[in-house]
Ligand binder design. Structure first.
Ligand SMILES: [Zn+2]
Length: 518
């Protein structure tokens, strides 16, 4: 929108009659654009996904997804954020539509909220003035009459420098002024904000108590150090004397998740899709008691996490229907439609060793044979990487593979469940396991993906998963950016702070740089 409510309040018939034609034309262009945008917004509803379900009026009824608890409003809704950054308790405590679900996070309906009571000294004042008239677009300068119309405080970290370390925060007062144009209109400077985005109900705006570096720090404490929101609150109070509500801390995390989401959705996902070698893996995840899967897709320089159901659609959403590179994964059926697949041999080796250690001597035999074959193939691949083998690896291992195939076929009908499963797993992916014989340069294990998951699996044990759909999106987008930055030798925290700064002003997120040369 070009014109704010404040601008519109100043415009009336008399004002228009007095405006000269040139200025009137400038204003007409703005009015027309705003009118079109207003009409488009009137036509929006949750079913065409332009508004979050939480914005639905009470009399509009509940959609089926909402009734099943699919997408409840998370903390920090855009409309509530208007309540003021000085009031963290108000910032993130939606009370409506929450009462139905048991054990919901956040304040219970009817409980009294707490306003912010801590008052810090202001270290610096920053003044913001409008640059051009909102009505006639004439440049404004200091000679135009000015008045202060709003102000808010931002608490932010100070960065350590070469001269000194820094464990400190400062409070900056932002003052917004209005200036009067020759046409008689008062134009207000306003804090920036990001417009509505699908699926996000948390506000992304400059009028916020926590500055970008403080938000990035909270992300580090939560995601890297795996501290709960209460522990972060305790840490900030004990070491900085800074009192922040749990709701504000949660809101900072959600805002950061929303800020970095486009980085994951566009460039990172594109890099994953175009990669020549991709490692994929998944592990169980809980979202408010619902079973989901945490997927990881890792290349040499990019890692993308996703939370969702274990389905073909989910995989298509990340890889597309056709993926041209090599895909290293487990034997899950969702991956099977892709060509150029690889399987982790050490994974299979562990299962073979498990059988070998069983007490049934027939199972021991199958386990031992399988292990010996696998170790033979792996040794052959390692040797081929040192120098060209005397004859092609496939030919070298042909007899052993045939013997193993016969054994697996025989064991596929075994009465022992684990043996049967292992034999069938081998048969289902028979060719995939031996791709490395033709391409010894390809990896033998899926360690890259397993390593990428490890940190977040521990986080899951501590936090017991996420609490709602938005929380899951926050988790996946922050984890993707943090992991990718670390792979590329960049500071995730500086990058998150940069993204926060730009996106709070309504700008696109800055590009995540490619890997730093070693
Ligand atoms: Zn003007």
């Amino acid at each position: 929108m070009h014109l704010s409510l404040d601008d519109l309040a100043q415009l009336d018939d008399a004002h228009l009659q007095e405006l000269e034609e040139r200025r009137l034309r400038v204003l007409s262009v703005k009015l027309l654009a705003d009118l079109k945008e207003a009409h488009e917004r009137l036509g929006q509803n949750p079913s065409n996904r332009s508004r979050p379900p939480s914005s639905r009026a009470p009399w509009e009824g509940m959609a089926p997804t909402e009734a099943s608890g699919e997408e409840p409003a998370a903390s920090g809704r855009a409309d509530e954020a208007e309540a003021g950054a000085d009031d963290p308790a108000k910032d993130a405590d939606p009370t409506s539509s929450r009462a139905t679900a048991p054990n919901r996070a956040g304040r219970r309906p009817g409980t009294r909220g707490h306003g912010r009571t801590q008052r810090l000294a202001v270290h610096e004042e920053r003044h913001h003035h409008p640059e051009v008239c909102a009505v006639c677009a004439q440049a404004l300068c200091a000679t135009h009459g000015a008045r202060l119309h709003s102000a808010h405080d931002v608490i932010d970290r100070i960065l350590p420098s070469a001269e000194r370390t820094a464990l400190d925060v400062v409070q900056i007062k932002h003052l917004y002024h209005a200036r009067r144009c020759g046409c008689g209109h008062w134009t207000h400077a306003c804090p920036g904000h990001q417009g509505a985005e699908d699926e996000w109900t948390v506000a992304l705006r400059e009028r916020h108590l926590a500055g970008p570096l403080l938000v990035a720090w909270i992300c580090a404490l939560s995601r890297r150090m795996r501290l709960s929101r209460r522990r972060i609150q305790e840490f900030l109070a004990d070491w900085l004397g800074l009192s922040l509500g749990v709701a504000t801390i949660n809101q900072c995390l959600h805002e950061a998740g929303r800020a970095v989401a486009p980085v994951v959705e566009e460039p990172l996902l594109a890099e994953v899709r175009a990669s020549e070698l991709l490692h994929a893996d998944e592990t169980r995840w809980k979202e408010q008691g619902k079973l989901l899967w945490l997927w990881v897709f890792a290349t040499a320089t990019t890692t993308v996490f996703r939370l969702g159901r274990r389905s073909q659609d989910r995989l298509h959403g990340v890889l597309g229907e056709v993926f041209h590179g090599w895909l290293m994964s487990d034997g899950d059926w969702a991956y099977r439609e892709y060509d150029n697949r690889l399987r982790c041999l050490t994974h299979l080796l562990r299962k073979a060793r498990g059988l070998e250690e069983s007490l049934d001597c027939r199972l021991q035999g199958f386990g031992r044979t399988l292990r010996e074959h696998l170790e033979g193939v792996m040794a052959g691949v390692y040797a081929a990487r040192e120098g060209p083998p005397p004859m092609p690896l496939r030919q070298q291992h042909a007899a052993a593979l045939n013997a193993l195939l016969a054994l697996c076929l025989a064991q596929a009908a075994s009465s022992h469940a684990k043996t049967r499963a292992l034999a069938r797993e081998r048969l289902n992916d028979w060719d995939t396991f031996w791709v490395v014989l033709d391409h010894p340069e390809l990896p033998l294990t899926n360690n890259v993906a397993e390593r990428a998951l490890r940190h977040w699996v521990i986080a899951r044990r501590i936090s017991d998963g996420t609490r709602n759909a938005q929380g899951s999106r926050v988790f996946a987008s922050l984890a993707s950016v943090i992991e990718t930055c670390r792979q590329r030798g960049l500071s995730p925290w500086n990058y998150i702070a940069e993204v926060m700064t730009e996106r709070r002003q309504g700008h696109p997120a800055p590009i995540l740089p490619a890997a730093v040369a070693a």
